[in-house]
Ligand binder design. Structure first.
Ligand SMILES: Cc1ncc(C[n+]2csc(CCOP(=O)(O)OP(=O)(O)O)c2C)c(N)n1
Ligand code: SF4
Length: 270
């Protein structure tokens, strides 16, 4: 397929470092859009701030680069004003679950019809590698020079518990799964989350060399340290420690915010 038809060539070169996983995710978004036959003008791609937040600048959809952590709020407004628009929201782990954490749980609770792709690189990439809510315990960041004392969020479990109707988790190594999950998410009515473990060699890899220092080494680490949900069910807690558990966490039918909103509006007007 022709990726270039979806890209803003005048915005190249992009700002992402060598070995960054963001381009892998961007290409998967384009493949999913192409596969579903969505028209560029019917899509809004919205981001907050961060390296991942630069994604909308590079694609030829309707795009919005908003304030840090607020991409879901802007997207909610667009979806209510233009219910037929396909909303894709991209967010870093910090953007989605630190400054934007409250918006994240409430978008899930409402089951609002948005598709959130979380670029989880375990760190604040853009601002120099501070620890984020997903930095694993003991790992190094510029704000945790002796190791992170905090417990990380499990983004997919959080989305599921808060009420999202579709949640899946994979890595930038597993591109076939990434394609499948994005297509499923984009077709789901309600709030869909695809959490993708991605590489930030510049900030995370450099500080945590045992997980790979270059993009390629980090991809190998993802391959060696990911297990499926099915496999995880056969393992005990100790064996699962340090593994990234991938798969579809939830795929359920429940009324979306727009359906509830329409029903109440119709009742009020009768
Ligand atoms: C209100 C506000 N606070 C802080 C910042 C500084 N800031 C910009 S990006 C960022 C973190 C980005 O990390 P993440 O969301 O994980 O995205 P990544 O860069 O890793 O893709 C921060 C703290 C900001 N731009 N606005
Ligand atoms: S700092 Fe990290 S997340 Fe940001 S572009 Fe570089 S490798 Fe990617």
């Amino acid at each position: 397929m022709d990726y270039l038809q979806y890209l803003r060539k005048d915005k190249m070169p992009h700002i992402w470092c060598d070995g960054c996983g963001n381009g892998i995710i961007l290409k998967a978004i384009i493949r999913a859009v192409d596969k579903l036959g969505w028209k560029k003008d019917d899509i809004a791609l919205v981001s907050g701030i961060g390296c991942s937040g630069r994604t909308p600048g590079y694609v030829d959809f309707n795009t919005l680069h908003t304030t840090h952590g607020r991409a879901l709020s802007f997207s909610t407004g667009i979806k209510l004003a233009k219910p037929n628009m396909h909303l894709i929201v991209v967010s870093g782990d910090g953007d989605a679950t630190a400054i934007g954490g409250n918006h994240f749980i409430h978008a899930a609770r409402r089951n609002i019809d948005l598709n959130l792709i979380v670029f989880n690189n375990y760190i604040y990439g853009m601002t120099g590698g501070q620890a984020s809510p997903t930095t694993p315990t003991g790992k190094f960041a510029s704000t945790t020079p002796y190791g992170n004392p905090d417990s990380p969020f499990h983004i997919s479990e959080l989305a599921k518990a808060a009420g999202a109707s579709y949640v899946a988790r994979t890595t930038t190594y597993h591109t076939a799964k990434m394609d499948r999950y994005m297509q499923q998410a984009f077709q789901n009515k309600g709030f869909s989350v695809v959490e993708i473990l991605t590489m930030c060699p510049t900030s995370y890899g450099r500080a945590n060399k045992e997980t790979g220092e270059t993009g390629v080494e980090m991809l190998s680490f993802q391959k060696e340290n990911s297990i499926s949900l099915e496999k995880a069910k056969e393992m005990d807690e100790e064996e699962i420690k340090g593994k990234f558990v991938t798969g579809v966490y939830i795929d359920r039918d429940k009324p979306s915010y727009l359906e509830n909103y329409q029903e109440i509006k119709d009742k009020a007007n009768n």
